[in-house]
Design a protein around this ligand. Sequence first.
Ligand SMILES: C[S@@+](CC[C@H](N)C(=O)[O-])C[C@H]1O[C@@H](n2cnc3c(N)ncnc32)[C@H](O)[C@@H]1O
Length: 336
Amino acid sequence: MNYIGSKSRLSSWILEEVKQVVGNDLSQKIFCDIFAGTGIIGRTFKEEVKQVISNDLEHYSFVLNKNYIENHKAIQNKEKYIEELNNLALIKNGFIYQNYCMGSGSGRQYFSDENGKKIDAIRSKIKEWKDTKQINSNLYYFLLASLLESADKVANTASIYGAFLKHIKKSASKELVLYPANFIENANSHQVFNKDSNELIKEICGDILYLDPPYNHRQYSANYHILNTITHYDSFTPKGKTGLREYNRSNYCKKKKVHTSFENLIKNAKFKYIFLSYNNEGLMSEKDVKTIMEKYGIYSLKTKEYQRFKADKTENRNHKADKTYEYLHILEKEDI
Ligand SMILES: C[S@@+](CC[C@H](N)C(=O)[O-])C[C@H]1O[C@@H](n2cnc3c(N)ncnc32)[C@H](O)[C@@H]1O
């Protein structure tokens, strides 16, 4: 999934840097990815550590991580479920078609009419199976994560859900095919949360804490609202042109709140090693971050130049990439 701030292209660099500081053998360590997004960093560490704790404020991210991180044992017959979902009859009275497709008269066009009806058919069937206990929680999150990623592939947006496109673009005109969101199988069990990081941090402890907060004012909850609507699949009155639902406002996207929130997070962390990814154009400057972190232990900094994914307004997904510097701030915490 194309995701603002995704670390998919930086994951091996981050793993390398963590090993440089903590040591090559992480097999007895608890690793926490507390702003997990797509979960790519948790996935990178899943086979390396004893346990991954994964968290994000957004429900769609929780769903992705319940599948990619918490699921670790093979699910029997999962292909059979995917096949059945791929062959359902389309439905016209579902929430997505009724509110986010042109053919229903909603005035919105996040998906083609056919794909909107297919999302509803699949989502309703997953809900029915769960409500009637025909599937367990592991299979439920696997199927829901599969739907999220497959629906995202045919979304009629420039990349984020802050707006839809006037005309159906090529990738959105293709029929939605449900692909399995296959996860890494391993022996260890993992934990996934859907909380504000500053609340969760008071309840957990471990060895390595990885922080990848938003770095600007753009709220993920607004930019990915359709994904939350697919995962919650509840009923509400969509607001305005884009059909927004009530959304979370993170303190990490607020200039006036970010410094205090960040300091509280560091202060309350019961982890020896803390790694923070932060961009050079963030609400907190490099110096702000350093000043806060070095109050709590031994601080160092690593940088890497890289090509960033950038949402653009063209009608395809050839996102402009531009050069930016990614910073990895490192703290070895004293007095945990
Ligand atoms: C830069 S993205 C993380 C990207 C992720 N590392 C990846 O590679 O996909 C920041 C994430 O922080 C989440 N977030 C924002 N405020 C939060 C908060 N207060 N507590 C927990 N998660 C939060 C957002 O929902 C978003 O997924």
